[in-house]
Write a protein that binds this ligand. Structure first.
Ligand SMILES: [Zn+2]
Length: 66
């Protein structure tokens, strides 16, 4: 289709809304679809509760590593 122009490899048909805050993997930064299941991890630090999302089990385990 597009020739000689740089096109984004992903996100082919997102035309409905604009600038939706996509969840990103805390380890590798990959976008995580809101409909797809993904592992999460919670951390309670300094009175702050933070929830992390991951694209895969592998990334979650990687994140757990010191
Ligand atoms: Zn990941």
């Amino acid at each position: 289709m597009a020739e000689g122009d740089s096109s984004a490899p992903d996100d082919p048909s997102e035309t409905g809304g604009e600038a939706t805050e996509a969840t990103r993997c805390a380890t590798c930064g990959a976008r995580i679809g809101s409909t797809a299941w993904h592992p999460v991890a919670a951390r309670f630090d300094d009175g702050e509760f933070t929830l992390y999302a991951f694209c895969s089990i592998e990334c979650r385990e990687e994140w757990n590593r010191p």
